[in-house]
Design a protein around this ligand. Structure first.
Ligand SMILES: [Cu+2]
Length: 170
């Protein structure tokens, strides 16, 4: 992280209210401001087990194999654009069950829909990384069991943009 002021927030909705909204101190308010100082952490950059590239032109590309157990995923944002829902592309890991309707999942990722990002989620999300500027690389950790998964962005029309990438863990 670079020095500066940041916000940690949860923008999932319940009953149409974003969790970050805080009209009443006892309700939601999943937003927290914090500062990053100039003091160096001394930590080295994580060592990735899988590389992922994400862009508006080539979608999500996985380099390497997603295997069971702990993974450190490096995500390179080759570009960044503003999508129809006014945000850039991010990346999330979701587990796909046999009952899941993929169209419902893809629509759920668009916050501008009334039912978009509304609890309960249609599937289990395991982690990911928020949108980053073009040229950035970020990391996240995830523990995978054998099964069917996808990497997906929180933008509309993920399938046609290549921003919905299924994979199977053996
Ligand atoms: Cu929340």
């Amino acid at each position: 992280m670079e020095a500066g002021t940041y916000l940690l927030e949860c923008y999932v909705k319940t009953g149409g209210v974003f969790h970050s909204y805080n009209p009443d101190p006892d309700v939601y308010g999943m937003v927290h401001e914090f500062k990053v100082t100039d003091e160096a952490s001394g930590a080295s950059e994580p060592i990735a087990t899988v590389q992922v590239d994400i862009s508006s032109t080539n979608g999500i590309q996985i380099e390497g194999e997603m295997v069971s157990g702990a993974q450190t995923v490096a995500v390179r944002f080759s570009d960044q654009i503003v999508h129809e829902n006014f945000v850039g592309h991010d990346i999330q890991v979701v587990r796909i069950s046999d009952e899941l309707n993929l169209g419902d999942l893809q629509e759920w990722m668009d916050w501008t829909r009334a039912a978009g990002l509304q609890t309960p989620a249609p599937a289990q999300f395991l982690g990911g990384l928020n949108e980053m500027p073009a040229g950035s690389t970020g990391y996240f950790n995830v523990i995978l069991e054998p099964g069917r998964y996808a990497l997906i962005s929180e933008v509309p029309n993920t399938a046609s943009k290549g921003l919905f990438k299924e994979f199977v863990v053996q």
